[in-house]
Design a binder for this molecule. Structure first.
Ligand code: UD1
Ligand code: UDP
Length: 373
């Protein structure tokens, strides 16, 4: 079997690394295609190095652009590669423009698509990611759902064949890397932080950072936090903070530490040792519950409702009073803190990558890896 693995952004590289590893352990050498949706060293290359991924076969250098421009460019470039290489299956992960482009280019060439992290739904079609998730799931032949809830979402849309609940590969990535991170990373020393004495913040979601009113609300929450916070800033957000004249405000606040985006081992170490995580990231909501750190999500909905039900995550949106009330309670009420911190991880046992590799090999051997007519 010769699969093509297509990725283009930070979370896809991280979450597909366990799949690549599991395939290689089974003597399957995937063709690796990087669209270049993320291109800064600290958004891409650093993860390829740290996670010891094999060399990229095709670097498509698609870069940034409007939604249509980026997706369209990626489709054109991916199609060229797929026509030349004719892989048996295309593997994509998640909900970015790279994922939709990979799925559409592939299925139209009758190359079956396997979607890792299928079935997530925020039920908010104003998010570009929600459109990408729905369309990719409907273009896919094999669907790797992380949870039963994700499988039910697919069922509701009539997708019932070749759906496998395998867990989320983020658990594999965290288990494979967090011990190494604890030993190797000196990020706490570098930033002058003490274990469990700071809040880790990230925010990059289009709906939060592209709108000046929303971004101002975020800045006002961060300015009001009662303890040190460390915020590795996504390049999209850095550009917006600077354009809207908000960057200096955060820089001036004494309890705020702004950094460039961090490498995975440093970031995992910061997550694990944080008192609280505040984020609008999908992957970080997952990692928080895996690492037993209470998470306050800076959004009004989530496609990871399992984390809310388990009790490890709360949606606070960009509502200052609500966000600060949760922070205060987590800092002052140890019983409440422990309850959130001990929520159990709903994303599986860290063997998702192995299951995915086994299932794909099995389907391939049976001749069942085909686009149905
Ligand atoms: C994309 C995904 C989002 C995912 C995120 C992971 C889509 C629609 N969005 O959002 O779901 O959560 O990746 O981080 O696919 N930029 C740089 N350097 C880079 C990459 C981006 O400066 O290496 C800047 C550019 O100004 C660019 C902006 O960030 O226009 C946004 O990048 P883009 O890839 O379009 O979306 P993300 O916000 O990264
Ligand atoms: N991450 C990282 N360094 C950072 C911020 C995030 O390594 O400075 C990792 C994080 O551990 C998680 C993934 O990137 O695995 C999440 O990516 P992001 O928040 O960009 O995207 P999303 O998950 O929202 O799509």
């Amino acid at each position: 079997m010769r699969p093509a693995i297509i990725f283009g952004t930070r979370p896809e590289i991280i979450k597909l690394s366990p799949v690549v590893r599991a395939l290689l352990e089974r003597s399957v050498e995937p063709l690796i295609v990087h669209t270049g949706q993320h291109y800064d060293y600290e958004m891409s290359e650093v993860f390829l190095e740290e996670l010891e991924l094999p060399p990229i076969d095709y670097h498509l250098e698609v870069g940034s652009g409007t939604q249509g421009e980026q997706t369209g460019k990626a489709m054109i470039e991916i199609e060229n590669v797929l026509m030349k290489e004719k892989p048996d299956v295309t593997i994509v992960q998640g909900d970015t423009n790279t994922v939709l482009a990979g799925a559409l280019a592939s299925v139209k060439l009758l190359i079956p698509v396997a979607h890792v992290e299928a079935g997530l739904r925020s039920f908010d079609r104003t998010m570009p990611e929600e459109i990408n998730r729905i369309l990719t799931d409907h273009a896919s032949e094999v669907l790797f759902a992380p949870t039963e809830e994700a499988k039910r979402n697919l069922e509701r849309e009539g997708i019932t064949e070749n759906v496998y609940v395998v867990g989320n590969t983020i658990v594999d990535a965290v288990l494979q890397n967090s011990e190494i991170a604890e030993k190797k990373s000196n990020i706490l020393e570098r930033l002058g932080l003490k274990e469990k004495e700071y809040i880790l913040v990230t925010a990059h979601r289009k709906e939060n950072v592209d709108n000046p009113n929303m971004l101002k609300k975020l800045v006002e929450i961060l300015e009001a936090l009662p303890i040190t916070l460390v915020y590795p800033v996504h390049p999209r957000t850095e550009k917006r903070l600077k354009a809207f004249g908000l960057w200096e405000r955060l820089e001036k606040a004494e309890h705020v530490i702004l950094t460039k985006p961090l490498a995975y081992l440093d970031f995992l170490k910061l997550e694990r040792n944080a008192k609280i995580i505040m984020t609008d990231s999908g992957g970080i909501q997952e990692e928080a519950i895996i690492l037993n750190v209470p998470c306050l999500t800076l959004r009004y909905n989530t496609e990871r409702p399992e984390t809310l039900k388990a009790g490890g995550n709360v949606l606070v949106g960009l509502e200052k009073e609500r966000a600060l009330a949760y922070v205060e309670r987590l800092l002052s009420d140890s019983e409440f803190y422990e309850k959130m911190a001990s929520a159990s991880n709903p994303f599986g046992d860290g063997k998702a990558g192995e299951r995915i590799a086994e299932i794909l090999l099995d389907l391939y051997t049976k001749g069942a890896l085909k686009v149905k007519s």
